[in-house]
Design a protein around this ligand. Structure first.
Ligand code: SF4
Ligand code: F3S
Ligand code: FES
Length: 266
């Protein structure tokens, strides 16, 4: 005689139901947190504007949105003429530095929820504005190139890689992290007043090679930075260190270059 199997709850179905309930609770919570933010953006189109002006956008937000998401919302849904640079969207390429509520930030690295209900966005300061948030980076790159940010070596090419101890590598580790976003240089009051100052980013690039035990160009670079527009213009304001999205101890690096110049010892 056939016997009915005892009733057993379908474990898989139960798990799926539990997962759905969790998802819908999360969606409800997210919907409750969704809102809007006011972005006030400094706009300038040299083809039609005599002066820059502010434009105001009310943008819907989701929890987890970054400033870059909101700028994309404006560009793709509200006003395609808004111009700004971005590429990686993950804090790596360094192309979306902008002045946010008066402080230089990367738009892809800040959450909208941390910026308040109204956010003021301007181009980084001290470089010529080409359009809206887009600046001409050439003066910045010119200073960068001037310090020769590449390995300078002497003698014959070695037949194997140039070895370096872990301690020697650690000496310049911090300054290898630079992504050339210009947030430091364009937050420096000395650079605002005199665009010929090399600026902290170029000094960081020089530091990375000056303190590399495999490099033979330290003297040359130190002389370049001994210029009247070089390291001595730094007033130890620390704006650069505060602005760096990579957390590089820029002011400390500048001090190390100054010390190397005074004592002529790396
Ligand atoms: Fe950007 Fe920091 Fe490099 Fe300056 S040092 S360019 S703030 S990553
Ligand atoms: Fe400027 Fe940084 Fe020196 S902000 S003054 S380069 S410490
Ligand atoms: Fe690349 Fe922000 S878009 S760092």
């Amino acid at each position: 005689m056939a016997v009915d199997a005892p009733f057993e709850p379908d474990v898989q179905q139960e798990q799926a139901a539990r997962l759905n309930a969790q998802k819908s609770a999360a969606a409800t919570a997210a919907a409750a947190e969704s809102g809007t933010v006011i972005l006030k953006i400094r706009r300038y189109n040299p083809e039609v504007d005599d002066e820059p002006h502010w434009e105001r956008y009310e943008v819907p937000t989701e929890p987890g949105d970054r400033l870059l998401d909101s700028l994309h919302h404006i560009k793709w849904q509200m006003d395609g003429s808004l111009t700004f640079r971005r590429s990686c969207a993950h804090g790596v390429c360094g192309s979306d530095a902008m002045r946010v509520n008066g402080v230089n930030r990367l738009a892809c690295k800040i959450l909208i929820k941390d910026l308040g209900d109204e956010v003021m966005i301007e181009p980084i300061k001290g470089l010529p504005v080409e359009k809206d948030l887009l600046v001409d980076m050439e003066p910045f790159f010119e200073a960068f190139r001037a310090v020769q940010p590449w390995l300078i070596t002497e003698g014959n090419e070695p037949t194997r890689e140039r070895l370096q101890s872990a301690e020697d590598r650690a000496r310049f580790d911090d300054t290898t992290k630079c992504i050339m976003c210009a947030a430091c240089t364009t937050s420096c009051p000395v650079f605002w007043n005199d665009g010929s100052y090399f600026g902290p980013a170029a000094i960081v690039a020089a530091h990375r090679f000056i303190f590399d035990s495999r490099d033979a160009g330290a003297e040359e670079r130190l002389e370049i930075l001994n210029d009247r527009e070089g390291v001595w213009r730094c007033r130890t304001t620390f704006n650069c260190t505060d602005a760096c999205p990579r957390g590089i101890q820029i002011t400390k690096a500048i001090q190390e270059v100054k010390r190397a110049l005074v004592f002529r010892r790396i």
